[in-house]
Design a protein around this ligand. Structure first.
Ligand code: FAD
Length: 300
């Protein structure tokens, strides 16, 4: 119930204006977000790299309804990619590139980001957003992969069709991030209970780890991480053939512990001024974070 309310709030423009204007302490947002500027993002990247962690950077922004704003997002990625150190890539939300009003524009914008990444010797992963965008995102992914086959896909295990999507993407050269799914999706298209979602995640992991692609297992869930390790052993996968992924600021000790076992661990690092939607989804995942967030309003 609380999760649904927070996810609905994540889409409310009015609430967004109120919360963004509130004197939220820099510390609260900074726990999950690297900062507002490219320089902040690069500094956090260097720190994580020096701890042996890989990085994927997300320039915050989504639901853009304006071609000029989408252009600014492309330019922000181009500026970032030019300065990325080795071991860092980017994650991109297609709705920040115009997907909600012009799929062709989003594809053209994503092509420019992939081209910049290709020149810099790094990669792009397309985040997956609301269930209504899945078909369009998979179309754009297929078009991008014709020229940039290393473009990463994301599959959300809460989708009833997740296992089928994974089977279609588990081929050689295919980078696939598997996550539980962070948006509110109706029962017709998505599993609703945590148990069903976890079981779907395991089925998808089995498909990806048995396949010949490059799985990117994005979860903080200790049980799923244990099962992933068992699948690594069963499928005789060297650590170099897949990676774990976690969000910046969430279970940072576990990120370092896993990396210490020899596994590749990539941290998803969001940065930029448009933190509202991202923060609200993190709060929806964990009520303890909500208390922490609300306290910052009263203690300021
Ligand atoms: P959960 O069952 O939510 O959590 C398991 C445990 O992890 C919790 O018990 C807690 O200890 C810890 N934990 C989880 N979340 C938090 C939190 N917010 N604060 C503190 N502790 C927490 N979703 C999409 O829909 N599309 C995407 O493209 C996408 N990309 C992602 C990329 C990465 C690298 C990651 C890690 C997640 C991504 N997600 C994406 C979000 C994902 O779908 C989940 O909403 C999120 O990861 C929480 O699920 P979980 O697997 O960690 O399991």
């Amino acid at each position: 119930m609380l999760r649904r309310t927070l996810l609905a709030a994540a889409r409310s423009a009015g609430l967004r204006r109120t919360i963004e204007a509130a004197p939220v302490t820099r510390g609260v947002v900074r726990r999950f977000i690297a900062g507002e500027t490219t320089a902040d993002a690069l500094e956090t990247t260097r720190e994580l790299r020096s701890d042996g962690l890989l990085v994927t950077l997300d320039h915050l922004g989504e639901d853009t309804l304006d071609a000029k704003q989408a252009e600014k997002t492309v330019q922000a990625y181009e500026e970032l990619i030019d300065q990325l150190p080795k071991g860092a890539e980017v994650s991109v939300k297609l709705t920040a590139l115009g997907q909600s009003f012009d799929e062709d524009l989003a594809l053209a914008n994503a092509r420019r980001i992939c081209a910049a990444a290709g020149r810099a010797g790094t990669t792009v992963t397309l985040d997956m957003e609301e269930h209504t965008t899945v078909a369009s995102t998979l179309r754009i992914l297929a078009a991008l992969r014709e020229e940039h086959p290393d473009t990463g896909a994301v599959i959300q295990a809460y989708l009833r069709r997740a296992e089928e999507y994974c089977a279609g993407l588990a081929h050689a050269g295919s980078r696939v991030r598997l996550c539980k799914g962070a948006y509110a999706a109706p029962a017709e298209v998505a599993f609703q209970s945590a148990g069903e979602i976890d079981k779907s995640y395991v089925r998808c992991m089995k498909v990806l780890m048995a396949g010949s692609g490059y799985p990117m297992l994005a979860t903080h869930d200790p049980r799923l991480i244990e099962i992933a390790d068992a699948l690594r052993v069963i499928n005789e996968r060297p650590f170099t053939t897949f990676e774990y992924q976690m969000l910046y600021g969430i279970r940072p000790n576990e990120q370092r512990r896993l990396a210490g076992t020899g596994a590749q661990v990539r941290v998803y690092v969001p940065y930029g001024g448009e933190w509202y939607g991202y923060m609200m989804r993190r709060l929806a995942e964990r009520p303890a974070n909500l208390a922490f967030f609300l306290r910052s309003f009263t203690t300021k």
